[in-house]
Write a protein that binds this ligand. Structure first.
Ligand code: SAM
Length: 296
């Protein structure tokens, strides 16, 4: 079955008495080359890192299975989590030829991710691959980074192009923000290709892009306390128009503005510096100093 054929998508949805739901961010791929390329990008990196041995992938939001079918052809084991229960019987039909897929009807954001991965994949190395629902892109990515650390090889996802630009920005780019700096602590981001709205049903209003987050097994950046690191990063960007000193001093109640100013100059930064100029290793150095203050 060609799951990227518009007629096929419409007919199967009609057969099961359902339709695409905007509220669940449903924009299904209708160009077969795209799910094929996304699955290839995910799988080739998975093999490069993990070598031979059982390969496993977690998909978030299989829809009617266009990307899932490609993943089933590459990986030994596929687990797909879909929130929309009306799609479960459809997936039973569209993926009937594959015996290496399990579909789980859950809200991904509510899963206890570590135990879910252990339960479904045991000790296999796992990658994540998805055409993400755009209304919850950031919470999904943050959940994968925070809860999946040490268990995931990479996260290959389609997101809005604007989000891809933000996630892959370097210091000094105007798109660089708290999420970019935090993500750099967990891994490297590679922008792969862009996808125009006409490749989806229904067509979204924005251009999309596929990125791959190549995760570190252990972060190469050392910091005394991760909680403080992420507090410092979000404090530095809380008020983007302000200097880092002003933004941090209104967010971090446990250190005085005067002391934050001293720390900024002890680290050799200009007093008027803004958060977007700091690399993740700069943030780690800053967080270590703030941590010392916290525990004085
Ligand atoms: N993978 C399909 C494709 O590429 O054609 C569909 C992608 S569509 C952009 C996003 C999918 O995520 C939909 O199937 C939607 O129902 C599902 N979804 C939305 N929110 C979800 C959540 N919280 N947990 C799991 N799946 C979700």
């Amino acid at each position: 079955m060609n799951l990227c054929n518009i007629k096929t998508v419409k007919n199967i949805m009609e057969k099961y008495g359902t339709d695409t739901k905007k509220g669940f961010g449903q924009n299904f791929l209708i160009n077969p080359a795209i799910p094929e390329d996304i699955a290839d990008e995910s799988y080739s990196y998975h093999r490069e890192v993990n070598g031979e041995g059982e390969s496993a992938v977690l998909e978030i939001g299989p829809g009617i299975g266009a990307l899932t079918a490609q993943l089933c052809q590459c990986y030994d084991k596929v687990v797909a989590v879909e929130i929309d229960r009306t799609l479960i019987p459809i997936l039973g039909e569209t993926l009937a030829e594959y015996d290496n897929i399990s579909v789980v009807n859950e809200d991904f954001l509510k899963l206890e991710l570590k135990s879910f991965i252990k339960e479904h994949f045991g000790d296999s190395s796992v990658s994540v691959c998805a055409n993400l629902p755009y209304y919850i892109t950031t919470p999904i990515i943050m959940k994968l980074l925070e809860e999946g650390r040490g268990m995931l090889t990479s996260i290959t996802v389609m997101v809005q192009k604007e989000v891809a630009d933000r996630l892959s920005a370097s210091e000094r780019d105007s798109e660089y923000g708290a999420i970019t700096a935090s993500l750099n602590y967990y891994g490297r981001v590679k922008k792969l290709f862009t996808v125009s709205p006409g490749n989806f049903l229904p067509a979204p209003s924005v251009t999309s892009a596929v990125i791959r987050i190549e995760l570190y097994r252990e972060s190469p950046y050392s910091v005394r306390d991760e909680k403080t690191l992420f507090e410092v990063i979000s404090g530095a960007f809380a008020q983007r128009r302000k200097t880092m000193l002003n933004s941090m001093s209104s967010s971090l109640s446990y250190v005085s503005k005067e002391r934050i100013g001293q720390i900024i100059s002890e680290l050799g930064f200009d007093m008027n510096i803004r958060g977007e100029k700091l690399s993740i290793s700069d943030f780690c150095a800053l967080a270590d100093k703030i941590y010392e203050e916290k525990h004085k």
